[in-house]
Design a protein. Structure first.
Length: 449
């Protein structure tokens, strides 16, 4: 059952107190020439994803340079460096009150540290030549087109996950989307889905774990999405007869990237889908590069004019998360007893246990997305405010659809109503009954509809 927020006839004048930065304030430069190509961090999966669809995993360099700060020494003196604090983390088997106390104190400090660095004057320099190159892991779900299929409106979909999740948790939703489009009366088909792991999440987090920094800036995630679309999605129309793509996708020519900025992707219809923080980031990408996107689907995007104190609790909650288990079987058993995971659809929980955990040398398993990096992502509360200010400027040609939960994580129905009509023209919204913020994990098939 669904409903919607009633249309507003004008945008509310509720500005955030952040002056928006532009994610294109930094250039999109090629990575260093001597870049070494890392292997995939996990064995390749079975390529037969669904009837008529293949699955492959790829790596591309993340955007370069980055807004993420290097924490030069003058800025370390004001707030205790996070590594010192985090080295005092209690083990997973420590008493719950001990873990709770540490996560609350450290979470508050981490959030304040992000706030301090964001507002520091002069601003700390961005990570440029001193920073090691980072990588993005991407799953590609590609259609083996039937020669008898005469549909010529194929979609290329780019999906980005919520904080603490990973690219594979989209798969039940992807399967449902494919099923809907493969019905005989469907006028469209999905040619490709590209599902992205943020640099500090999932397989990307494994590849980058020795080079990740303590500060997260959501604008870098925005830039990574733009960077991938402009420079790495293969040129021209989707071709199911083309040879398999290499693991490390080749960078396209500057001329093609520039043509995409000006005119979009040649012979492709690009749809962006973002959940939670990625919903904020992918709409930010479309604001800066409107010609790239035909439409956007934002699943409860974190966009607001305030920095809610609830974010401190989410930072602390991420730090309190257990991240090691004796085995995947034990992990699944324990996670199912946790109220946070108990409401998830079984298919999504299975994927989380199978692909969201990594094998450790001692035979145990651990989260691919380290709890510290999940907490750091929660701690950046500034881009959501910048995006609130920018949202009315999204090009009216880009179709915008909000998929909202019945039970809101932040704010209230009035705030959600203001958000979904922040840009009025060419915008729709739907509220999924009984859903929560993590509806992709809880109700993946309803989200797919």
């Amino acid at each position: 059952m669904t409903s919607h927020y009633p249309r507003r006839e004008k945008t509310d004048d509720v500005p955030a107190f952040r002056s928006p930065r532009n994610c294109t304030d930094l250039p999109f430069l090629p990575p260093p020439d001597n870049l070494s190509l890392p292997p995939l961090p996990c064995p390749p999966r079975n390529p037969n994803f669904a009837p008529g669809y293949t699955l492959t995993t790829h790596l591309v360099p993340a955007c370069y340079p980055r807004f993420t700060y290097l924490h030069p020494s003058p800025y370390k003196s004001e707030v205790a460096p996070v590594p010192e604090v985090f080295n005092n983390a209690p083990p997973d088997n420590a008493p719950k009150p001990v873990r709770h106390k540490w996560s609350q104190e450290t979470g508050t400090q981490l959030a304040k540290r992000h706030h301090y660095l964001y507002n520091a004057q002069p601003r700390p320099p961005p990570a440029t030549s001193e920073a090691p190159a980072l990588w993005i892991a991407i799953n590609r779900y590609a259609r083996r087109r039937d020669p008898k299929d005469k549909r010529d409106f194929g979609l290329t979909v780019v999906m980005a996950h919520a904080n603490g999740m990973h690219k594979e948790t989209w798969e039940p939703t992807i399967l449902h989307l494919i099923g809907l489009c493969e019905k005989r009366n469907s006028g469209i088909c999905i040619d490709e889905v590209w599902s992205i792991d943020a640099v500090n999440h999932g397989d990307s987090g494994l590849v980058n774990e020795k080079h990740l920094m303590g500060y997260i800036d959501w604008l870098d995630h925005t830039r990574d999405i733009i960077h991938f679309v402009e420079n790495y999605i293969p040129d021209g129309p989707y071709d199911p007869s083309a040879p398999p793509l290499p693991t490390h996708l080749p960078r396209l020519s500057p001329a093609i990237a520039q043509a995409r900025i000006q005119n979009g992707l040649k012979d492709r219809h690009l749809v962006g889908v973002g959940h939670s923080w990625s919903g904020c980031c992918i709409v930010n990408a479309a604001i800066s590069r409107p010609n790239l996107f035909l439409s956007l689907n934002l699943v409860d995007p974190v966009i607001t004019w305030i920095y809610p104190r609830a974010e401190y609790r989410q930072v602390a909650g991420a730090l309190a998360r257990r991240q090691t288990w004796p085995s995947r079987e034990e992990a699944k058993k324990i996670l199912k007893q946790n109220p946070f995971f108990a409401i998830w659809h079984p298919d999504v929980l299975d994927l989380y246990v199978k692909y969201g955990l990594a094998d450790s040398p001692d035979g145990t398993v651990r989260l691919k997305t380290d709890r510290f990096h999940e907490a750091s992502t929660f701690a950046d509360g500034h881009v959501r405010q910048e995006t609130w200010n920018l949202l009315p400027s999204l090009d009216e040609r880009v179709k915008l659809r909000f998929i909202m939960p019945k039970n809101l994580l932040v704010g209230n129905p009035e705030m959600a109503n203001q958000l979904v009509w922040r840009r009025i023209i060419n915008t729709t919204n739907v509220i999924i009954d009984k859903s929560v913020h993590l509806m992709v994990q809880q109700m993946p098939y309803e989200v797919g509809k």
